[in-house]
Ligand binder design. Structure first.
Ligand code: NI
Length: 241
């Protein structure tokens, strides 16, 4: 959370006696990683050779699957990015606040999950600003990136969204097609096989089988030396060797 928004630096005043001059975190907490929204209009991955990955979850929050996922991530100290739909944000505000409180990042995935590619600017603007405002009002943190439903978006739309909202469009480098419900072990093996430095892994926390696939996804990747960061942290590492 501390890395998501500058306002979070105000949350760090608890440990006043800590013998450190970096005031915002406790004595043993690692410094927050830098974040960036980069310069490109769109990212499928971030160019680097260092073993970092962004794990992303779309379409939630979901009342049971998202809390279960958050438990799994917490046990492993893994940070992820959630591309949420505003209708679900409004339905499950407590889960949204838990996502942010536990250090994850929230991205914009529209209000109603339409295919944006054939929509007017005004229509797209309403979808994005509606989700932006819902996330901000619920969590106090504004989304900094967006993901278009179905990956459907034109180059011209990417450019004006970047201009108007400051959002880069975040796509993915690995799609396990988990929405087709191929079974947890297949979802996990596709994600593990597809992972490479700077990769962005797509998954959906609305599906029980996807959440069930996470231990068999995350644990082997950690064992291979990969580290999980949020999307804006991954972008900030661009070019890292
Ligand atoms: Ni979606």
């Amino acid at each position: 959370m501390a890395s998501v928004t500058p306002s979070c630096t105000t949350t760090g005043g608890k440990k006043k006696g800590a013998a450190t001059d970096t005031a915002a975190t406790g004595p043993t907490a690692p410094a927050p990683l830098p974040t960036s929204t980069g310069t490109q209009d769109s990212y499928n991955r971030v160019s680097m050779s260092a073993p970092f990955l962004a794990l992303t979850f779309d379409d939630g929050p979901h009342p049971t699957n998202t809390p279960r996922l958050l438990d799994l991530l917490k046990q492993r100290n893994v940070k992820a990015t959630f591309y949420v739909i505003a209708t679900n944000v409004r339905r499950y505000p407590e889960i949204m606040r838990r996502i942010v409180a536990e250090g994850h990042e929230v991205g914009n995935h529209t209000v109603n999950h339409p295919s944006l590619a054939k929509m007017s600017h005004d229509g797209v603007r309403q979808e994005l600003s509606g989700c932006h405002e819902a996330v901000l009002a619920t969590t106090g943190v504004a989304p900094r990136t967006m993901r278009p439903p179905y990956g459907a978006i034109t180059s011209a739309q990417k450019a004006w969204i970047r201009e108007e909202f400051g959002y880069p469009t975040i796509l993915w480098s690995v799609d396990p097609l988990d929405w087709k419900k191929p079974g947890s072990s297949t979802v996990a093996s596709r994600l593990v096989a597809g992972a490479s430095p700077g990769g962005i892994l797509l998954a959906h926390d609305i599906h029980e089988g996807t959440v069930a696939a996470m231990p068999a996804t995350i644990d082997p990747l950690l064992a291979k030396g990969f580290k999980f960061v949020t999307v804006t942290q991954l972008i900030a590492m661009e070019g890292k060797g």
